[in-house]
Write a protein that binds this ligand. Structure first.
Ligand code: ADP
Ligand code: MG
Length: 173
């Protein structure tokens, strides 16, 4: 990716942080060939919006949370990764509902506004059912926390993921 295009992408991402909380938060998907600078954009975006301490509330605010989609994809793996990133790894036998609750509680507490997911094409390595579940998990987090999603993936994944994300009923295979 050329420098001006990277700058343009970063500006687009930054505008997500100005968007007021609401029921339908905007999300952005960026696809590009491997080596085009997607991960670099993600790191820059995170570094430009680092966690900051709010002395009034005594809490740390983390506007941008960035992670990599697990491979193989799966709801449990996804939440385990997310919780580790949040500094709250779970007991190996925690059930998914508990992991989900912990993730929601912590993300709410630290004021996450944008969840960035790199290597989102890893979703496609799962079965159709697994793909649906992971996409629904992302959608659930976005809706429940009123946060924006930013997904980075390789070009080849664009159509497959767009088709999945747009199909209205995804709850089963
Ligand atoms: N705009 C840029 N300016 C300078 N170096 C860049 C730029 N974009 C990417 N790079 C470099 O190119 C390499 C590949 O970038 P990366 O972000 O890993 O690509 P991708 O995630 O799309 O596969 C990295 O070494 C990165 O530092
Ligand atoms: Mg990358």
């Amino acid at each position: 990716m050329l420098y001006p295009r990277a700058k343009q992408a970063l500006d687009r991402l930054s505008r997500l942080l100005d968007h007021p909380r609401g029921t339908r938060m905007p999300s952005i998907a960026i696809y590009g060939d491997s080596g085009m600078g997607k991960t670099m954009i993600m790191s820059r975006f995170r570094d430009e919006h680092p966690p900051s301490f709010n002395p009034l509330t005594g809490t740390l605010k983390t506007p941008v949370l960035a992670m990599e989609m697990t491979s193989p994809p799966g709801e449990r793996r996804f939440y385990a990764e997310l919780l580790t990133l949040l500094g709250a790894p779970q007991r190996p036998r925690a059930d998914i509902a508990q992991m989900e609750q912990a993730a929601l509680r912590i993300m709410e507490a630290i004021g996450v506004q944008v969840l960035v997911i790199d290597e989102v094409h890893n979703i496609l390595a799962g079965t159709y059912r697994e793909q649906r579940i992971v996409l629904n998990t992302l959608r659930f987090l976005s809706n429940r926390l009123q946060i924006s999603l930013v997904c980075f993936g390789v070009n080849e994944a664009r159509e497959a993921i767009a088709a999945m994300s747009n199909s209205p009923d995804g709850s089963n295979s």
